[in-house]
Design a protein around this ligand. Structure first.
Ligand code: 2Q2
Length: 322
């Protein structure tokens, strides 16, 4: 039974049991970049609670919001070396699994229905298994994401307004290429450094969905949300392969069942919360600006095609046809 296998695991006290040093309990450290009020954190709390409850306390998951366990890339490296166990990540994984870039190709996805049909179809399965093989992370559930918009302190209605505009992008080479081609001066920073970078004028802007604009408190340091809507995407909740494979079949099932419930809760929270956030950002003083999206798409397209290799381009074309 579950207790016996947990004790057995405890008895051999596998020393690569990430984070957990007491034999009979598995302790996972789960880091992510959103704040405690964010949909991702609320869903992750439910996931952790279900896993702990249904494993009779054999697996304890501690959450570290606001990048308090380190930035996204550092957390991925920590999971691979066994000092962390779970992370929320997506296109940044292209640094290990190149085809993860396809999760967030600018202007590839028409809307969230298109995203859902890809992530739940064979392209999504392929990306998920390449992340498992090449990044060493197993996806447990995912969140669909509101579109990414460019924030700034001057209205930006077309790429012509981007000259001299320094902005932060996440550690996603494809984003660096796309925004460079659009005429901006992008640089990679961890999300938890963005607020200070904007406050000190090191950068003039950044791009993110409204929920992370809110989570990062960016209304205090940015006046405009320019509706570029340049990326519709999804993001995975992932655990290290080793950490997951260490579990007995019974505990794997507990984790999978909790993931299914978390998936449903995350979808529910998205539906109920995302539309309010735009109004909340306006109430905090941000002005939403309509932009010439075709001009941004045309400006980015050459960089997208240059940045993707043949296999990625093949997948990109398959996505366009879904
Ligand atoms: O801007 C960010 O850091 C976040 O929106 C995400 O983490 C980003 O989309 C990617 O790094 C996801 O892998």
């Amino acid at each position: 039974g579950v207790l016996a296998s947990a004790l057995l695991l405890g008895a051999c006290g596998s020393d690569d049991n990430a984070g957990g040093d007491s034999g009979d309990k598995i302790e996972w450290r789960f880091g992510h970049l959103a704040d405690e009020n964010h949909i991702w954190h609320q869903t992750a709390e439910k996931f952790a609670e279900l896993v702990e409850e249904n494993s009779d306390g054999q697996i304890e998951i501690t959450l570290y919001p606001n990048n308090s366990l380190g930035g996204e890339t550092d957390t991925i490296n920590a999971i691979q070396s066994g000092t962390a166990d779970m992370v929320i990540s997506g296109e940044t994984l292209q640094n290990w699994a190149p085809n993860a870039a396809l999760m967030a190709v600018p202007y590839a996805f028409r809307d969230l229905d298109h995203v859902k049909s890809v992530v739940e179809g064979e392209i999504g399965d392929q990306i998920q298994s390449e992340i498992q093989d090449q990044a060493g992370l197993t996806a447990l559930y995912y969140h669909t994401r509101a579109p990414r918009n460019l924030t700034s302190n001057q209205p930006i209605e077309s790429p012509d307004d981007l000259s001299g505009f320094s902005m932060r992008v996440p550690n996603v080479p494809l984003f660096l290429d796309a925004w460079q081609a659009a005429g901006a001066s992008p640089q990679v920073m961890d999300f938890n450094e963005v607020f200070t970078g904007l406050q000190q004028g090191v950068i003039n802007g950044q791009e993110n969905p409204v929920d992370l604009i809110q989570s990062g408190g960016l209304a205090e340091v940015q006046d405009y949300v320019n509706r570029t809507e340049h990326v519709y995407s999804w993001i995975y909740i992932l655990v290290g392969n080793e950490q997951y494979n260490e579990l007995s079949d019974e505990l794997k099932e507990v984790v999978q069942n909790a993931a299914e419930e978390a998936q449903a809760l995350g979808d529910e929270l998205y539906e109920s919360e995302i539309d309010n956030i735009e109004q909340e950002l306006m109430d905090s003083g941000m002005e939403f600006v309509d932009v010439d999206q075709d001009a941004f798409r045309e400006a980015m397209m050459p960089a997208i095609e240059a940045s993707l290799d043949d296999e990625q381009l093949e997948l990109y074309n398959q996505i366009l046809d879904v």
